[in-house]
Unconditional design. Sequence first.
Length: 315
Amino acid sequence: MTIKTRITDLLGVQYPIVQAPMGWIARSALASAVSNAGGLGIIETSSGELDAVREEIRKMRELTDKPFGVNIAQAYVRDGDIVSFVADQGVKFVTTSAGDPNRYCSQLKEAGLTVFHVVPSLSAAIKAIEAGVDGLVVEGAEGGGFKNARDVNTMVLLPLVCSKVNVPVIAAGGMVDGRSMAAAFALGAEGIQMGTRMVSAAESPVHQNWKDAIVAAKETDTVFLNRFGPGPACRALRTEKTTRLEKDPGENGVSPEFRNAMALYFGGDMEASIALSGQVAGRIESVKPVSQIISEVVAEFDEVMAQMSAKYARV
């Protein structure tokens, strides 16, 4: 089955399912699995390790002949020529995030790339449209990772933005299965982005302890950190460390905690740093291969849409 929307037309994919661009995680092993399964894998640049990113893109071309994209997380860009770097890799789709959409949009468009910007509010969405983006990733506050401190959940944010813009929208935050995808479509989206579900996937490079913690988490087992700064707010799994930081992030905020990220991400020490995660961790019951995740999402989406039509359609 193919799901046809403006997203699939723009991205050239079978399904409008995008993998979130998590730092150090969104690399070739995971991204190629997503693309090969009919979705769109994304390679991150937020790690700042552009030589490694270049190698991951080279690996992508060995691992898949399907489309994939790159994310530019503007707050973490360490290369003033990041646009040329991305364009030189031959990719055609870019998401920009964590900054002003005007910073790179025109350059990326001039280089022939399709550009979507990640937005946490209606005002940010309007600003991105005025900057000339091709589409939006509308990200609700229940999602994992770095967040707008003035949080708005997907159920409110997504239909609000979709009612005010005409560009295609990818929904992020709370997306984990076919039922949540159907809900996002009902609210105006034409695609979804999954982060936490992909962190827990078999092909995800993170340590098994992190995957096990996601599977074990209840729906209440995330924390919203650093709401009052300094630095960005974020949503993460609840651990002893993050429970302390929830109450007292310290005078420097939580950003210094990411200095030890590798010990958590790949060493499995869940107290060494902060395990970014969305509330959907409470709905993930097992580690599965990406191909199974995507096939189940698509099958359930189709089933839910058919059931809704049969149950509520009027003759």
